[in-house]
Structures are given as C-alpha cells and as structure tokens.
Unconditional design. Structure first.
Length: 260
C-alpha cells in the first residue's frame, strides 16, 4: 500500500479486510539506483506493517526486483543482493512479484535467478504475468522455468490469470490469483465468470492497491456480485479467506489477527 493513503487502510478495515499481502512491484517509475530499492524494502517490511496495524490489518509482503525493472541484469543483480538482509523480517512471505513483462531474454535470466533465490531460502513465490505482451506465452515460459528449477507448483501463486490462461495454470498444479481492478485487467465480474467456469480449487481473489487506477475495495465488490448471482457465503469465504489462508499458510508466517 506504499502508493495509497492511510485512509484506504481505514476503508478496507471497515469493509472487513483483516490482512493484506503487498508484492514488491513497479512503482509507476523506474528507480534510478539499487539504493532506491533498499529504502523500498524498508518501507515494505517496517513502515507499512505499522500503518496497517493502526486499523487492525495484518500486513505481509513479498520481496524481489519486479520484471519491468529487470531488463538490465547488472542493475537487477545489485537489487537482488539486498534481498537476503530483509528475508527474515517477520512479515516477509517470499519472493515476488517476479515474472515477465515483455517476455524478453534478460527478464527470463533474472526470473530464473530469483526462482533460485526463493529455492535457496525455501520461500513461497508470487508470479506476475504480462498484460501488454503475449500473456499465454509469458505464463507458459514462467511455469516452465519454475518446473525446470524443481519448484513445487503448490508453493507458487501465478497472478493475473485470465480466461485463456487459468486452465493451464491449474492443470499444472499451480495456484491461480485474480488481482481485481475496477475496469482494466480482471474486474470483479470477470473473476466471478472465471470461478463459475473453472471452479474454486487453488484459486483466489484480491484487490489491487497500486499507483494506477485501482480499488482496494474490489474484493467486497466481488462479493456483492457473487451474491447477486446467487452464490452462497461458503463460496465467498472459500475464494477470499480459506484459499488464501491455505496457500499463504505454507509460509509458516501468515497468521490472521483475531477478529469477530
Ligand atoms: Zn502484478
């Protein structure tokens, strides 16, 4: 939530949000030096948990160099060197969001090196899949890299699945994520369509809270859409509480705060 206001935390708490996980991502601009990431990782592991705690929300994060800033391997490796120092902070779930942006050769090299980092430290992996380039191709390249590295697909969430990628992600044993946006990428309505077509095992939803047009209340809005279509509370909880808990619980760190 580094690019959101504290008021968003308040609104999320009022809507019933009890925990968030924040990936290390592109902040809307390329950082000018690896040192910029050092402060970013401090923000993710120290500042944001305190902001969230004021509203009873547990804050967790993922660390990496995102694919959009991974085109320069020398720069990316400098950032990667900073990560181990932060990995043992209590709110760090794993490595992410790694993946591909333009499906380029350099991005793939850095993706493979970050998969190796997660493997060495036995951490969960969060994957971003491309929006502007061929998403299906990028998703397949990423899944191949993970399998080739010997990663258990049950410990990887492939985010931004869409109608044409979700089946293959689930068939290969990975978890599928749908980060919801108000009108681009996956909307609450499309997410419900996908659940209706592909089921509710190993799939879950979350609200995007980034620097662009996004809405931290997308999850409750998706719940409204599910109820409007006649889905029951059990399904609502399965895809927004039980499934995230099952996947993130593998980190040994993700614990929900007590809530009534
Ligand atoms: Zn992403």
């Amino acid at each position: 939530m580094v690019s959101r206001t504290t008021d968003d935390y308040r609104r999320m708490a009022q809507a019933g949000c009890v925990a968030i996980t924040e990936p290390a991502f592109w902040a809307g601009f390329d950082r000018s030096s690896p040192a910029g990431f050092y402060d970013y990782f401090r923000q993710l592991t120290d500042v944001e948990p305190k902001r969230a705690a004021q509203y009873g929300i547990a804050h967790y994060c993922w660390l990496c160099i995102n694919p959009k800033e991974a085109e320069d391997p020398a720069f990316a490796r400098e950032v990667m060197k900073l990560i181990p120092e932060f990995l043992d902070k209590p709110n760090v779930l794993g490595i992410g969001e790694i993946g591909l942006n333009k499906n380029s050769r350099n991005e793939l090299i850095i993706l493979e090196e970050q998969i190796e980092l997660a493997k060495q430290h036995e951490r969960l992996i969060l994957v971003h899949t491309p929006h502007l380039e061929d998403k299906l191709k990028g998703t397949r390249m990423t899944m191949d890299a993970l399998i080739n590295a010997g990663i258990d697909p049950g410990r990887v969430l492939i985010d931004h699945v869409e109608e044409h990628t979700v089946a293959e992600v689930l068939d290969r044993g990975f978890w599928a994520g749908m980060t919801l946006y108000p009108d681009s990428k996956c909307t609450p309505q499309r997410a419900v369509d996908i659940i209706e077509c592909y089921g509710n095992e190993r799939i879950w939803i979350n609200s995007a809270g980034d620097w662009g047009p996004s809405d931290p209340l997308s999850v409750p809005k998706c719940h409204v859409e599910m109820r409007r279509r006649g889905h029951n509370q059990k399904l609502v909880e399965k895809i927004s509480l039980e499934n995230p808990l099952a996947f993130l619980g593998q980190s040994g760190r993700f614990i929900l705060p007590e809530h009534s």
